[in-house]
Ligand binder design. Structure first.
Ligand code: AMP
Length: 282
């Protein structure tokens, strides 16, 4: 496994594979890797010949500076995990490498469609501009044929697909299933901040999503939603931001009948940690 820190070193490393027309995949991460990230690497390995995993905590997508500051960065653990997963190349740039003028973070604003401002976009203003800004830079650096993202960040996948359309990029975007703990909690780098009690309380999120999935065909939609929200609102230490069933393409709420691409999404603060999760309803 090769580890590189600069775009030029990365390009040198990739050039023979590009010449040989090998299929290159990119798995972008912010590190603090867990089995969810590992599953992306494994899926990428099945579909490409060379897998590049990037580790970069991107400052432009954080709306809360404290969140950026306390974001976990267990480097040795991450490298060991990627070695075990037989990742080919790790790209770990500095902030200056990705934003040469930092703390000036350059002008970036693209049209991601109206879904940018819904759900996470409402709670984390500008978040998806920051996400697409760094993912575009990573795409430029790696020039992958295919890139893998987790369905865990449902809206993020949609925004990246919209960014790909905006620039007419030649990269395939693949959404990979959510990996969960045995008890149902969606794996997340942020789970490290959960206390034992928080972890117990957080289970209500996946339980409420399962409740919706299991009951949506029996009871009417408004009642299912109300019951699921009640489950969350009556759990100590959990503060709901949203719990909603939407169309997976527009993110607009579904009001009567669910469709093939309906998805139920939740965001909540558990203790001091904000968690998101979702489940496809088809
Ligand atoms: P992050 O490091 O949190 O930016 O995540 C990097 C990638 O891993 C993103 O595409 C996430 O959606 C994905 N990811 C995070 N958690 C999970 C999970 N539990 N299951 C599958 N993919 C995940």
């Amino acid at each position: 496994m090769e580890i590189v820190h600069t775009i030029s070193a990365l390009k040198v490393l990739l050039s023979p594979f590009k010449k040989a027309k090998s299929k290159v995949a990119l798995v972008p991460t912010m590190g603090a890797l867990h089995k969810g990230h590992r599953s992306l690497i494994e899926i990428a390995q099945q579909q490409a010949e060379i897998v590049v995993c990037s580790i970069f905590v991107n400052p432009t997508q954080f709306t809360d500076p404290k969140d950026l500051e306390k974001y976990p960065r267990p480097l040795e653990h991450d490298i060991k995990m990627l070695e075990d997963a037989r990742c080919n190349i790790v790209f770990m740039p500095t902030v200056k490498e990705m934003y040469p003028l930092f703390p000036n973070i350059e002008n970036w604003h693209i049209d991601l469609g109206s879904a940018e401002f819904l759900l996470e976009g409402e709670f984390r203003k500008g978040h998806y501009q920051g996400v697409t800004q760094i993912v575009k830079k990573l795409f430029d650096a790696v020039n992958p044929a295919v890139a893998f993202f987790g369905q865990k960040d449902f809206q993020q996948v949609l925004m990246i697909k919209n960014m790909v359309k905006f620039f007419n990029l030649n990269v395939e975007i693949i959404s990979c299933p959510i990996i969960r703990e045995e008890d149902g909690l969606a794996m997340s780098s942020r789970n490290i901040h959960l206390s034992v009690t928080d972890k117990k309380n957080a289970l209500v999120l996946s339980k409420a999503l399962h409740y919706v999935k299991n009951h949506i065909s029996e009871i009417n939609l408004a009642d299912v939603l109300a019951n699921a929200k009640r489950m969350i609102n009556t759990t100590d230490g959990v503060e709901l931001d949203y719990f909603t069933i939407v169309d997976g393409d527009t993110l607009m709420p579904i009001t009567n009948r669910i469709t093939e691409n309906s998805v139920v999404l939740v965001a909540a603060k558990v203790g001091k940690t904000r968690l998101i999760d979702n489940m496809l309803l088809a």
